[in-house]
Design a protein around this ligand. Structure first.
Ligand SMILES: [Zn+2]
Length: 226
């Protein structure tokens, strides 16, 4: 079973790449947020337990989250393996996850870190502008309006949501990056980390990903090699 972990900051394009990799390698894409919502909605034992914690406003223990992933791993559509997206978020979770995999005689095949510099993350995440009339979206550098501050479609004024302001983005990253780097370090220490430059063009990132994974996964027939 192949178990890939995707790591990357918000704005690094982690989920897009996780889905793409899952598709290319015939693995199941497992987004931790979806998994959580499904378990709670389906009322599984772990889902009910998790709901109890959330109802009390408490954090759901790592063992429960890991248990949900284990349950998912046991289902037939995950037989070939999974690409985990959004988990682990802390070193402690990574350790609990490794221990649970070891009990099943499995291990993380590779952890793929999509590296993007903080200054570039801020550019990507803080460039969004929204039209007041109809919510049309623009990006200051990646898809700017023809006239700054004016919607191309209806001429209405563009504004930035609080969440998209550079100072908000910067503050959020300051909270989110340190635990992510702890997880990156953890997988570097356990010898499964692969780093891909996430600032290349989309297709180049895809090629780098497959090339980096080629040896780790012993992909057949030149997949990912040139
Ligand atoms: Zn508009």
């Amino acid at each position: 079973m192949r178990i890939l972990v995707m790591l990357g900051a918000p704005g690094a394009g982690k989920s897009t790449r996780a889905k793409l990799l899952a598709e290319l390698l015939g693995l199941l894409h497992v987004a931790s947020g979806d998994l959580f919502r499904e378990a709670v909605a389906q009322g599984t034992a772990l889902g009910r337990e998790a709901k109890g914690y959330m109802g009390r406003g408490a954090l759901v223990p790592d063992a429960i989250v890991t248990g949900m992933i284990e349950d998912r791993l046991s289902q037939p559509d995950a037989a070939a393996g999974i690409v985990l997206d959004g988990f682990p978020r802390t070193r402690a979770q990574a350790e609990v996850f490794d221990a649970s995999l070891a009990r099943r005689r499995e291990r993380v095949t590779a952890a793929v870190y999509i590296g993007v510099r903080e200054v570039e993350l801020i550019r990507r995440l803080s460039g969004r502008w929204v039209c007041k009339a109809n919510g049309h979206l623009f990006h200051a550098t990646d898809g700017p309006p023809k006239v700054p501050g004016v919607c191309d479609y209806d001429g209405s004024e563009l504004f930035q949501r609080d969440d998209d302001r550079p100072e908000t983005v910067r503050a959020r990253l300051e909270q989110q990056l340190p635990p992510m780097f702890d997880v990156v370090d953890y997988y570097r220490e356990t010898g499964v980390l692969l780093t891909v430059d996430g600032e290349q063009e989309f297709d180049q990132v895809k090629e780098s990903l497959l090339r980096a994974l080629g040896d780790q996964l012993q992909l057949p027939g030149g997949v990912g090699r040139r």
